[in-house]
Write a protein that binds this ligand. Structure first.
Ligand code: VGL
Ligand code: ZN
Length: 212
């Protein structure tokens, strides 16, 4: 019979976009974003495999409103045929805004997934771009490490966390969302709640960090 310890080794913590631009004072500030860092720091030692995603855009990424004379931040448009929101310039590769928040304990991060690197397509999910064309290789990497169960948290609930969780489920992982480790953008009132419902309906288990 397998012990609890063995089971725990099939689990990974997935930290989504805990970067300067998504917290207080950042270019795409997510309200309360900084509050989740202490949740991450509490959870990190409980996992033997920790993955962090990093939004990582070229300066001329076409999801940026600044790249389109006719668009304002928050406008919706089609980017290469895929529905896209026009974002403020954020997480530009190698910039301070793209760095992990300094107070995040990075010593135990085993693997970093950079996404949004191609100028013509955005990538909210840690697994695929928004057109589901290119894989980041994360699913294979998790499997190689024997991971079956992914615990996800981070920023933003209604964009990158949502997309990551839905893809993780569709790739066959058991997924638990640590709700108090997430904050959302809430462009439209109700977006966060709707994202949580969607993840739950898709099969994610929603818990609080103190249940871990
Ligand atoms: C994100 C919008 C644009 C996120 C990233 O991390 O949720 N949202 N880029
Ligand atoms: Zn982005």
């Amino acid at each position: 019979m397998k012990s609890d310890t063995t089971k725990k080794d099939h689990r990974a913590l997935l930290l989504v976009d805990l970067q300067n631009d998504f917290v207080q004072g950042g270019a795409l500030e997510v309200p309360g974003g900084l509050e989740v860092i202490e949740v991450a720091n509490t959870l990190i030692p409980k996992f033997s495999w920790v993955v962090a995603t990093q939004d990582w855009h070229p300066a001329d990424h076409q999801s940026f409103a600044s790249q389109h004379a006719e668009l304002a931040i928050g406008d919706q448009f089609l980017l290469d045929g895929i529905p896209q929101i026009a974002w403020p310039d954020h997480c530009i590769e190698h910039s301070r805004g793209a760095e992990f928040v300094a107070s995040l304990n990075q010593d135990q991060i085993d693997h970093v997934v950079r996404k949004g690197t191609h100028r013509l397509i955005d990538s909210y999910s840690a697994f695929y771009d928004n057109g589901h064309q290119h894989s980041t290789g994360l699913a294979d990497d998790l499997r190689r490490h024997g991971i079956e169960h992914v615990f996800a948290m981070g920023l933003a609930t209604d964009y990158c966390v949502r997309a990551t969780v839905l893809d993780a489920i569709s790739k066959g992982f058991r997924v638990t969302l640590v709700v108090d480790g997430c904050r959302g953008v809430e462009m439209q009132p109700g977006d966060i709640e709707r994202a949580l419902e969607e993840m739950r309906d898709a099969g994610a288990e929603l818990i609080r960090s103190d249940e871990l």
